[in-house]
Design a protein around this ligand. Sequence first.
Ligand SMILES: [Zn+2]
Ligand SMILES: [Zn+2]
Length: 126
Amino acid sequence: MASSGARCPKCGGQGRLIGENRFLCEQCGTEFYACPICGATFFSPQQLGGHMKYHKREREKSRDPVLDTLQEIVKRLDMLEERLDRIEKTLNSLAAMPRLETSQPTSEELPSFARDNPWLKILSRR
Ligand SMILES: [Zn+2]
Ligand SMILES: [Zn+2]
């Protein structure tokens, strides 16, 4: 039990749990409040409240770099995956397209004298 180990901030005596985060010193009778997270002790619940806000901020701050970065990475990976998908689809559709434009010029667009030239056939046979 972590809460039973709270020490009186006034005399250092053993605190007895009497409420939520609330203790009574068995040695000097002082009521005090202890943080359930780090065990820091305070004389008033207001002080503890302010201290707990600090912990909350700390938690949010410390959560950011790890979890949020991971979530950001996952999000970006999803986006990249989508983009890759689209690129793949584009490539596939390009590959499926008849390659009229790229392979034509060599044979079809030669001037007729060259196309019908028997020497060209002979020369290109090697
Ligand atoms: Zn005490
Ligand atoms: Zn604390």
